[in-house]
Write a protein that binds this ligand. Structure first.
Ligand SMILES: Cc1ncc(COP(=O)(O)O)c(C=O)c1O
Length: 393
């Protein structure tokens, strides 16, 4: 590892394992003082020595050293060239959809985070951009939806909340044929398990609120690309919209990412145990978990990711059982989010996916008996004991 003394050059840590890249970031230590914990640069503006002279930092909406360290770290982890840190996952998606122009069409998976759906249906739709939702597990559906205006294919894999797996390589191949951009929301698996840019995608987007920060304590969004033209547009957007992440939250992300690999291993191990246990329960009708060898997307996931994560959705026998579980859990927390150290249980119908029209929810399977679990890193047996008590007591 080189010992840099300024901000211009940083180490991409080529040759190091993912775990080491997470810990050591881009610069790692702050170059001027040697501070091992990268400092929070709580400054809105930066002093100029003279006209036309700059330290490389001018005004914090354009760039801030703490944000730069986070953005470079994410670019390294996602195997991209440039990263951008936003105030939330929604702000990150907002920037991605802002790459489109009136008249353009974007094709998305029908099973998608409710906020992403709302961005299309309520915001960008009014600017003349068409959002077409299809079941992307069958790529023929994408081909059938393509028009001369298709400019972007937007993928979540696994999907939220039904845990369907979409073949990133196949989507990329379709996009390349029509010169469209492929965007992958990598929130559920993170670059620890899946690196969409290495599979040909153009942009990766994250709700950094989830596994990346990992402690249910901050909102953040991340975008990474390996295309200079897109990076230039995204840079202009973050500068213009002012939707950048503040330095304190950037620091929380930098710190969270240091343990990303460790946490993801534990999330994955716990996810498998809890999903298997759920399957044995009489009141549980079906369990959607991409780590099950009989999951329809298991082989595709294995071909493009190295793990299955800890997101599970499942149906119980009645709405009464839903209410019983949600009021009965204790260690497991009934709250709306995912990817943190604590196990969270969510009711998609009225929480994460409330914005999706009822007829679409029914079609996808977001019914009144569906629950979503984000399995945390507690002891798996404690999680199971708590669920067992809430479900069966
Ligand atoms: C897959 C996915 N993408 C994007 C978002 C939006 O992120 P945020 O809540 O950080 O704005 C979420 C939020 O739950 C999500 O689950």
């Amino acid at each position: 590892m080189k010992n840099f003394s300024n901000y211009d050059c940083y180490d991409r840590k080529e040759g190091l394992a993912f775990e080491s890249k997470c810990v050591h970031g881009a610069l790692g230590c702050e170059p001027l003082t040697g501070s091992v914990s990268f400092p929070i640069f709580q400054s809105a503006t930066f002093r100029h020595k003279g006209l036309g002279e700059s330290t490389g930092f001018d005004y914090a909406r354009l760039q801030n050293p703490t944000r730069q360290e986070l953005e470079r770290t994410m670019a390294i982890l996602e195997c991209g060239t440039e990263g951008f840190a936003f105030s939330s996952g929604q702000a990150a998606n907002m920037a991605v959809f802002s790459l489109l122009k009136p008249g353009d069409q974007v094709i998305l998976s029908d099973d998608i985070y409710g906020g992403t759906y709302r961005l299309g249906a309520d915001t960008f739709h009014t600017y003349g951009i068409t959002f077409t939702y299809v079941d992307m597990t069958d790529t023929q559906n994408i081909k059938d939806a393509i028009t001369e205006h298709t400019k972007m294919l937007f993928v979540e894999t696994p999907t939220n909340p039904m845990m369907k797996v979409i073949n990133i390589r196949e989507v990329v191949a379709i996009a390349k044929e029509i010169n469209a951009i492929t965007v992958v929301d990598n929130t559920f698996l993170t670059p620890y398990f899946q690196k969409p840019l290495t599979l040909g995608a153009d942009i990766v987007v994250h709700s950094g609120t989830k596994f990346l920060s990992g402690h249910n304590d901050t909102l953040a969004g991340l975008v990474v690309t390996n295309r200079d033209d897109l990076a230039e547009q995204l840079r202009l957007e973050i500068k213009t919209h002012g939707s950048c992440l503040g330095p304190q939250d950037c620091w929380l992300l930098i710190r969270g990412i240091k343990t990303l690999a460790l946490r993801m291993k534990q999330h994955n191990a716990n996810g498998i145990k809890v999903a298997e246990w759920l399957r044995t329960q009489k009141k549980v009708k079906n369990v959607n978990y991409i780590g099950f060898p009989d999951h329809p997307g298991y082989e595709v996931n294995r071909s493009q990711a190295t793990g299955s994560g800890s997101m599970i959705s499942f149906n119980v026998d009645s709405f009464e059982t839903v209410k019983k579980i949600l009021s009965g859990v204790d260690l497991v927390i009934f709250a709306e989010s995912l990817g943190g150290t604590e196990t969270l249980i969510t009711y998609p119908r009225t929480q994460t996916h409330e914005s999706i029209p009822e007829e679409i929810r029914q079609k996808i399977g977001i019914t009144d008996t569906l629950l979503r679990l984000s399995v945390g890193i507690e002891d798996a047996d404690d999680i199971i004991r708590d669920l067992d008590r809430a479900l069966n007591a």
